[in-house]
Design a protein around this ligand. Structure first.
Ligand code: ASP
Length: 589
């Protein structure tokens, strides 16, 4: 027998019992007559004591234990004289009567404790050691629980989990595909799914009614900090539903998850149109944990002989409450430079500080008198003495994006984001199509299967080019704390409308037929009205735990170059393998 208990479960009530524990040596301290070993497993840490007076041989053996040795210990549970209130097992210790070394360990390259001294690279290289640390284990356990609770909620509602294939044909979700050569079909390739989108729609045509799958998706994108080339979705589709049905069902899933895993009752989620989100927050995923809404002062700012504002398409302000005396001239200069970084690209940053006794300090004070700025204070900004207003100006879309960056930064700097606060919302009424000036074509804002709103269908079938820019879709995103957690849409289920959409997106008839003939064909055999959504499962894990990196919730993540540094992948393959796959790689050394 390796163990009668685990390392996290013994309490004062077990006093006097003989127990056997197995685990890893977290640390061993030799205090002369006594050797203390902290024994760790997934469940916790228990202190084991070896006493020179009781058993000198055993104590000698214990002194030789190194960190991360795997041992088995038998002994009696004893009440500790100096208790450790920070540990659930802190009231007791084991007085060891036997010790077996199950396996030795090299000295680990970083400390295996909650706060480790190991950097990201080394931890990923030795991920099995990293995962021994409690915070990483907790994340993986949370992930497992979230999957279980999602399955429970959805299957209780009659959803059926169906596995869709991993070797498929490209789906155009907008990213690059990972491809897999087919040995049996020389010169041909499978693609790994960017999502099971077309399959879940086919399942609706097939009458499955309610589908879900917790599924790996693959996108060959340049990796930003919180992206992974393979990631997991809770992917869902339903038949005979409206947008309202979907929002309610998946608001329910989200509430259930928060309730079951965090013991938090979320109130009903507000809904915001895409246009409102852009006007008020400059983002389609606004962080509602704090206010600081945009105030459009384009018109108000014109007519004071300040050419920058006079000639601007859009001038926008935010109010930083109480910040007037928190930001010195130097701070503002730094903030301005920060906004001028190429990644953000603001031309400048205007400030207005409302100081006591009606005094106003502003970088545009030459053009706008204190009286004017004081008028704005009450009429436009709803500001108070002690507040600071920050203003950006320029081309509308760009300036909105820049102000979004500034708003988030100010929220952070002013400490407006409370830990443990969750602010979900639905963003709805997305545009159907996005016009890309460069390539002179429309892109699908969500994906090519998204339906226009019913009211816009006629305009879509019969309207001119300009009309297409104004079409709205039954598409929606679930946003929590500024992160996009999920997105979906009501789908087109009519062949003619789907063909029209492909047409608008620049597919020729042949291309559409070649890539999506199966779906268009299915639409001719009684496709029900349907719609769905997919949640970013990794991201949901991270956001529910107030963390920003999805990597911490993935057992074996890839680094920012798309490499798994533990198994050292990707890697070259043998010439014979390449030949078998009919791939002729002319690689120069
Ligand atoms: N397939 C979509 C995505 O991966 C989600 C959906 O429309 O259901 O974003």
């Amino acid at each position: 027998m390796y163990r009668s208990h685990n390392c996290g479960e013994l309490r004062i009530t077990h006093r006097g019992q003989s127990v056997t524990l197995s685990g890893w040596v977290q640390i061993s301290r030799d205090l002369g007559g006594l050797t203390f070993v902290d024994l760790r497993d997934r469940y916790g840490i228990t202190q084991v004591v070896f006493n020179m007076d009781d058993n000198a041989d055993l104590c000698e053996q214990a002194r030789k234990l190194g960190r991360e040795f795997v041992i088995k210990v038998t002994g009696i549970v004893n009440e500790r004289s100096s208790k450790n209130p920070n540990r659930p097992t802190g009231d007791i210790e084991i007085i060891a009567s036997s010790l077996t070394v199950l396996n030795a360990s090299k000295v680990p390259p970083f400390t295996i404790e909650n706060e480790t001294d190991g950097g990201e690279d080394i931890r990923m290289h030795y991920r099995y050691l990293d995962i021994r640390r409690a915070p990483v284990q907790q994340n993986l356990i949370f992930r497992s629980q979230l999957a279980i609770q999602s399955r429970k909620y959805l299957s209780d509602l009659g959803f059926v989990e169906v596995e869709t294939p991993v070797l498929i044909k490209s789906t155009p979700e907008g990213a690059r595909d990972f491809v897999v050569p087919s040995r049996m079909n020389p010169g041909e390739f499978y693609a790994l799914p960017q999502s099971p989108q077309t399959f879940k729609q086919i399942l609706m045509v097939a009458g499955m009614d309610k589908y879900f799958q917790i599924v790996k998706c693959f996108r060959d994108e340049d990796l930003r900090a919180d992206r992974q080339p393979e990631f997991t979705q809770i992917d869902c589709e339903m038949s005979f539903v409206t947008q309202e049905d979907i929002l309610n069902t998946f608001e329910g899933l989200t509430k259930h998850a928060f309730n079951a895993l965090k013991n938090i009752e979320l109130p009903d989620f507000p809904r915001m149109s895409y246009d409102d989100a852009m006007e008020k927050y400059g983002s389609d995923k606004p962080d509602l944990r704090f206010g600081m809404e945009f105030i459009d002062i384009t018109d108000r700012a014109k007519g004071y002989d300040f050419p920058v504002f006079d000639n601007s398409e859009y001038t926008v302000a935010i109010v930083a409450k109480g910040a007037a005396d928190q930001f010195s001239n130097k701070d503002i200069k730094n903030l301005t430079e920060w906004m001028q970084r190429p990644q953000v690209g603001a031309k400048g940053l205007v400030y207005i500080k409302y100081l006591p006794e009606g005094e106003v300090k502003s970088s545009v004070g030459k053009f706008y008198s204190d009286d004017v700025l004081n008028d704005w204070k009450t009429q436009a900004f709803n500001a108070e003495t002690g507040d600071m207003v920050l203003v950006l100006t320029g081309e509308k879309e760009k300036t909105q994006k820049q102000m979004n960056v500034l708003r988030l930064e100010m929220g952070d700097r002013l400490g407006l984001i409370k830990e443990g606060d969750f602010k979900p919302l639905w963003v709805v009424d997305f545009p159907l199509l996005e016009w890309d000036e460069e390539s002179e074509r429309f892109h699908a804002m969500h994906h090519p299967f998204t339906s226009p709103k019913k009211a816009d269908m006629d305009r879509m079938l019969n309207g001119d080019h300009e009309t297409m820019k104004s079409l709205r879709a039954d598409a929606y995103d679930l946003v929590i704390n500024g992160s996009e957690i999920g997105g979906g849409s009501i789908r087109i289920h009519d062949r003619e409308l789907q063909s029209k959409n492909f047409d608008l997106l620049g597919f020729t008839k042949e291309e559409a037929e070649d890539q999506f003939g199966f779906l268009l064909g299915a639409f001719e055999y009684g496709a029900p009205p349907h719609g769905g959504i997919a949640f970013g499962f990794d991201r949901l894990c991270a956001v529910m735990n107030g963390q920003s990196s999805i990597r911490d919730f993935i057992a074996f993540p890839k680094n920012t170059s798309g490499r798994d540094v533990m198994i050292n992948s990707p890697s070259p393959i043998a010439k014979e393998q390449l030949e078998e796959l009919s791939i002729d790689l002319d690689i120069k050394e």
